[in-house]
Each structure stands twice: as C-alpha cells, then as structure tokens.
Design a protein around this ligand. Sequence first.
Ligand code: HPA
Length: 278
Amino acid sequence: MLDLYDKIQDAVGAIRHAWDATPRAGVILGTGLGSLADQIEVQASLDYADIPHFPTSTATSHRGRLVCGNLKGLPVVAMEGRFHQYEGYPLKQITLPVRVMQALGADVLCVSQAVGGMNPYYQPGDVMVLDDHINLMGDNPLVGVNDDRLGPRFPDMSAPYDKELMEVALEIARRENFVAHKGVSVAVTGPCLETRAEYRFLRMIGADVVGMSTVPEVIVAVHCGLRVFGVAVVTDMCLPDALEPANVDKIIATAGSAEPKLRALFEGVLEHLANTGV
Ligand code: HPA
C-alpha cells in the first residue's frame, strides 16, 4: 500500500497535469457554501473522482470538484464540497486534500463550515471567525507513525488560527456593517444532531458553535505548516432550553443566505494576502 507521502505526490501530479500555476491559498467550502467557487476565474476544474486517492463526497449540497484559478487576484485551489467523518471516511483520507494543497505550494488554508450556534448572543445567519477549537471527534488525523517529511510528531496547537487574518476579517465585517463573532468551535462526529444534554455539555466546556467538520482539516493544516483562516456560518440555534427540531433543508438554506458575508470575508482576506505578498 502507498504511504501518505506517495498518495500526495500522485494527487499533485494529476492536478499539475491540468493546471500548472502555484496556488497561494487553499479554500474549502462547507455545506450550502459552495457557490463562492463561482467567483473564481476558473483555469481548471477536476472532479474528485479524477484525482487519485481523493474520496468522493456523499453529502447533499456538496458538488465534489476541485476548482483551480484566480480569486481576487490570488491563485487558489478550492474544494467545492468536502468529506466528513460521518460519511465513513477515515480522518487521514478526509484531510488528504489539505496536504495536497500544501504540496502544490499553498501557504494558507481558508475553511468554511455550517454550524449550530450555542452562544445565546448568536443568531442564525451570523458568521463567526474561528479563534480556537475543541476536537471531540474521538479521533485525530495524525494518529499513527509520523512521516517527518509531512510535519512534526507533536504539532503545537497554542494558536491554530492565524491572528493577523482573523483581525483582517473582523475589520472587513466592521467596515461592511455586519456582525462577525470570534469564537470557539467544537467538532463532533455526527451524523445525529445533538441532544439537549449534549448541547448543554458542549456549551459548558467552552464552545460557541458545534459542527461536524473542519477541525481535522485544521489539525492537518497546522501539522504541515499552513496559516489557517476559518469562518463558521451559524445555520440554527442550539439552545438546550429552547430547542426546536432540526430542519436540514432550512439549515442549508440559512447557510446559503449568509453566503454574501462569507464571501466578503474570504475575498477580503485573499485580497489582503495578494497585497501583502506573505
Ligand atoms: N450540530 C452539529 N453540526 C451542525 C449543527 C448542529 O446543531 N447545525 C449545523 N451543523
């Protein structure tokens, strides 16, 4: 069986065959948030099925292709649709695309995700810039023998999200006059939505929002040395004492309606990267 390093090289080879530019940033678009990819001046687009070792996405509202091109003047490689632990994929496979983005030359990862809001000051449709996270997936993509070519055995997690990019995003929200929180996400396995007792617990341990993705990708991004910028879109409120039954169609629709805010933050951060050259 090929080791992870060789799988990354295989995938990079297939992408390079279709696109020979060097991306500055990798972008991962979450549930209901895929249409940001329409803003990319597309130079190449590959179905996941055509990239060696990429899993194929089974989630609704995820398209399942890698889009390569320019966004706000910056070469990017964007995942339209991502993989989840609840689909049955091991975390190592879910996070392979992040390593591929880094191996293509990206030095920044921008991630978005749909989340449930547990902080009572939040509202559906709000965005939250990720400041920190809690991994409650019961697994970690770095478990196993460490390949030192890919990153250190014990990666530091004192500041997984890039402070400068966080500040750039919060300034964009102030300028554009919309609410953007800064907070902590917790990642759970899913696919069940949580019980009231679970929401109470997740809030008590310090999380503002809960989701079923992103944390594994961020762990791998930190492991391979990428700067990370993340935005969570609050699609439903998860207040244990006033919990309404979850409506998945409504969750996806709310994610879609918040997309202009997500777009403003992502485009602003990418523009900042294009201007600063770092
Ligand atoms: N829990 C987990 N993930 C979610 C939720 C939730 O309540 N809402 C949107 N994504």
